[in-house]
Each structure stands twice: as C-alpha cells, then as structure tokens.
Write a protein that binds this ligand. Structure first.
Ligand SMILES: C[S@@+](CC[C@H](N)C(=O)[O-])C[C@H]1O[C@@H](n2cnc3c(N)ncnc32)[C@H](O)[C@@H]1O
Length: 236
C-alpha cells in the first residue's frame, strides 16, 4: 500500500490535477499540514477522511526531527494497511513540508511505498498571474526573501516568503532590479493582489512572492515580437 504526496496547486480547487483528485478519492485518510491545504482538500473529500496530525511551527532542527518522527509513526502503519495521502499546497517537491515527511519515512519506515503526484507550483503559476513570460533560453532562479532579505545575482528571480516587502523592495531596487509582487495568487481564501508598489503589501502575509528582473537586462533574443501598430498583411 502507498503513501501519496499530493500537490494541490496554489489554492484554487480548480487547479488540483485530475490525477490528484483521483488519488484523493481512492485513499482512506488524507493528512494536511495546514488550514489552507485542508480547505482545498475538503472540496474533494469529506471532513471525516481528514487525518489528525500536529505540525511543528519551528525551525529548530531537533524539534523538527522529533515532530516529524512522531508524524511518521502515525502515518506508517496506516500506509502499510491501506492507501493514505499527505497534501501540500503547490508541488510537494518545491519548498514543501512533504520533504520532511519523505525524508523521515525513508529513514525510519523504508518499507512504506511512496508516490508523488505533482501539483501546480507558485513557482510557475506566478507567470500567468503576474503577466510575465519567461521566454525560451531565459535563466530563472528561485530564492527566499523572508524578513526583508533581498538575494541578488541572477538576472531573473522568483522570491518566496516575501514577508517584509517594503524592505526587500528597497534593497532590490538599489541592486538594480525591477520587481513585481503577487499575493494569494489563485487562492480562494483571502484577496489576490498583484502590484509593483510595496506599500500595498505593508501588512505581512506569508503567501506573498516577488518576481525580480534586472532592469538593464538585454532582451535581444530571436523571438516573434511585433511593434504595437504593426500593419496586418492585406489581402490585396
Ligand atoms: C513553503 S513555500 C511552498 C511552495 C509550494 N510547495 C509550491 O510549490 O508553490 C511557500 C511560499 O510559496 C509562495 N506561494 C505559495 N503559494 C502561493 C500563492 N498562491 N500566491 C502567492 N505566493 C505563494 C509564497 O512566497 C510562500 O511564502
């Protein structure tokens, strides 16, 4: 029997994959690490199917290891007797709590089969939400910008955990980047916001990301791009 790690996408139940929904239907228990992922999961499974696990809000490595060991002890026997799922927002392999569970299962319960169902990650969904095209041949880096941090270096970056947008913004602009922000993109819970003005984001919200691009980026690549007033070919 199997433990499935299911990516639920950014928060809109309509962006759960067909495969994700099929597995949610089939499993006996669905564990969810947070309120938001639970809200999405319960669009497809009854509340009674949601399993009980407590998840640590800590970055202390010892506390983390202990808590995930405890979680794995609860999940392992159920995954041996039947099929269970652990759901996360986005993709289970991108900056995700599922990684803690997978590593703990590998170490202490290697006999449990695991299968991952990929989800739509904020790492790719941001493009459409922010109206950005990462065209072929472009480099794109994923970084974290918690508590006012502002990583620099790559030409284009997606920044997760932008919890102090005004401070991050000031540093990025100083370093020569143009920046656009997205909050609660494709989420049914809370207001979606897309802005280039960091003062719109003074209130802290964990579900905030940024796209930063070097202002002087050379975009002279071969591409099908036209002047706004280019004449359409005439028939005559
Ligand atoms: C721990 S990471 C989880 C990423 C997730 N596994 C994924 O693949 O999208 C959490 C960060 O992802 C970003 N994020 C995730 N979902 C988002 C959404 N719907 N809108 C905006 N940012 C989001 C935020 O920067 C947030 O701090």
């Amino acid at each position: 029997m199997t433990l499935y790690g299911i990516g639920l996408g950014p928060g809109d139940a309509g962006l759960v994959t067909v495969r994700g929904k099929e597995v949610l239907d089939e499993v006996d228990v669905v564990y969810s690490p947070g309120r938001l992922s639970r809200t999405v999961a319960t669009k497809y499974v009854d509340d009674e199917k949601i399993g009980d696990l407590s998840f640590p809000m800590t970055t202390d490595p010892d506390e983390l290891r202990d808590a995930w060991k405890e979680a794995a002890t609860e999940v392992a026997p159920r995954a041996k007797d039947g099929d269970v799922a652990f759901v996360t927002l986005g993709d289970p392999n991108v900056y995700s709590t599922f990684g803690h569970l997978r590593r703990t299962m590998d170490a202490f319960h290697p006999d449990v089969e695991m299968e991952i169902v990929p989800g739509v990650s904020a790492m790719t969904a941001f493009t459409t939400a922010l109206g950005i095209e990462i065209d072929a041949g472009s480099g794109l880096a994923l970084r974290e910008a918690a508590r006012g941090a502002a990583p620099t270096g790559p030409d284009r970056m997606v920044l997760f955990k932008v919890t102090d947008a005004p401070t991050t913004h000031e540093k990025l602009v100083e370093a020569g980047y143009d920046v656009k922000y997205g909050r609660r993109l494709y989420m049914e819970q809370g207001e979606t916001l897309v802005t280039e003005d960091p003062s719109d984001l003074e209130e802290r919200d964990y579900y905030t990301l940024a796209y930063a691009e070097k202002a002087d980026l050379d975009k002279d690549r071969p591409t099908a791009e036209y002047e706004p007033n280019a004449e359409a070919p005439s028939d005559d």
